[in-house]
Design a binder for this molecule. Structure first.
Ligand SMILES: Cc1cc2nc3c(=O)[nH]c(=O)nc-3n(C[C@H](O)[C@H](O)[C@H](O)COP(=O)(O)O)c2cc1C
Length: 193
């Protein structure tokens, strides 16, 4: 297997420059670009080729239902949530041009389940990098609403069969955050003879 010619710099730049994007422009995202990124996602490494990842591209009608679940989760019994806070919660789910829910197929064997989760994390990273390479920002979030039973029902995911491991929002970035600093490499890497 040969790397594509002249690919090192673009690939390394993509890896180093990708950032988690929290705010998106309203412009729609090219659907073909999302499909290409999902194709990249399913090329994640996968020990035993269990094909453990599942993706749901969630439109705004369904998102509106999930947003109401998110509002409910933030509401204390008997105390209505302040309007602006509720609107902010709704906006986080409704404003991004794309929402992709990622789930992993449950496995009775804990060792395989662990490997499958690792593969799903690789799939999400492939997705994010492939989106970024096409100019699209994204964010992997493990929001509380992702694990709510009603969310599973709305998305048509059987919690006995699959576990939701992330909500991935995507869109053209409205702002790119500064790079969160990483420690010096030599504090994390040891070299043994
Ligand atoms: C498993 C996982 C869950 C995450 N969940 C959230 C989240 O719920 N909310 C959020 O703002 N960012 C979330 N992130 C993104 C991280 O905050 C982000 O990767 C980190 O700040 C480093 O920034 P960078 O991705 O731009 O390098 C998550 C990342 C991972 C890997």
């Amino acid at each position: 297997m040969q790397p594509p010619a002249n690919s090192a710099e673009p690939v390394l730049n993509t890896l180093l420059q990708r950032r988690t994007i929290h705010a998106y422009r309203r412009d729609p995202v090219d659907s073909r670009a999302v499909e290409r990124a999902l194709e990249a996602a399913i090329h994640a490494p996968n020990h035993r080729m269990t094909i453990p990842w599942r993706f749901v591209r969630v439109g705004r009608t369904t998102r509106a239902r999930i947003a109401e679940i998110a509002v409910r989760l933030r509401t204390k019994p008997g105390i209505p949530l302040a309007g602006p806070i509720a609107d902010e919660i709704r906006s986080k789910l409704l404003d991004p041009p794309e929402l992709i829910v990622v789930a992993v197929v449950r496995q009775p064997d804990p060792a395989i389940a662990r490997e499958d989760y690792a593969s799903a994390a690789c799939a999400i990273q492939n997705l994010s990098l492939a989106l970024f390479a096409q100019g699209i920002g994204s964010k992997w979030s493990t929001t509380k609403v992702a694990s709510d039973a009603e969310t599973y029902a709305v998305l048509g995911i059987d919690p006995a069969q699959q576990e939701i491991i992330g909500f991935v929002t995507a869109g053209l970035p409205a702002a790119v955050p500064a790079t969160p600093p990483r420690p010096a490499l030599d504090t994390l890497v040891r070299v043994l003879p």
